[in-house]
Design a protein around this ligand. Sequence first.
Ligand code: PLP
Length: 291
Amino acid sequence: MAIEPQIVFADSSSEHPNIDADGIEALVTPRTRAIVAVHYAGNACEMNKILEIARRHDLVVVEDAAQAIDSYYADEPLGSLGAMATFSFHETKNIIAGEGGLLTLNQPQYIERAEIIREKGTNRSAFFRGEVDKYGWVDIGSSFLPADLIAAYLFAQLEYIDIIQSRRKAIWQRYWANLAGKLAGFGVALPTLPSGSDSNGHLFFLVCNTFEQRTALIERLKQDGVQAVFHYLSLHKSPFFEGKHDGRTLQNSDRFSDCLVRLPLFYELTDDQVDFICERVLANLSLLRST
Ligand SMILES: *Cc1c(COP(=O)(O)O)cnc(C)c1O
């Protein structure tokens, strides 16, 4: 009888929203097959520790590098460290095609099946290479090939990747320079980068002191014409996982879910706008403290 696959959630680090690498090993059981590492905000997970745990327990490491194109860990590109990785070209990412993504495979044994899944469960790729004389259904799959127009759009983005990345990183640095040393009095923290992480400026976030402070800050920024947003709700608390999560409290994940706020970060954002946003963040936090 087939055993239902089960996702076991690991908590975030206390320092940053990425997985707490030191908490993984306690969750590994004989049924564990893979570790999925999400490189949140384009910041690297502690891959040395994660790869070492995977080696010891013979597990596959899957990197969710959706936000992490052109980010690095100890000078290695994210998405090149695990057995496989996914990237996103969704309109909210650094390099976009409207919708679409990329699967990278680090081990040749996965290539054939990936081709089949991409080609609707058929061996059409092998057929085009002349390896079989007709093609048919050999596995599950779906229609994952991008259309030519999407691919053309993406190609142009990739040609400009250095320009796009350097502007995004400059915006990220400007936020940092404007806010560093000015937030602690409000109990608000700047992002902490995991050691070894060289980030792609995908997003800039602050971690508020409380859920109420975050809610009020977002509301006030909105009145100033600044669209700041929070991001994900903890997956283990989502309706889909109700009754499936084993019930452990994931306190760091919950704290980031409640307190993280993203500031605007996109290619066209000007230095003056970044300065204005920072000025409004500080002014609003001040006002909130005195009310
Ligand atoms: C955007 C994103 C995804 C989904 O990417 P799609 O291209 O929309 O499938 C998955 N994981 C993370 C961390 C993301 O940021």
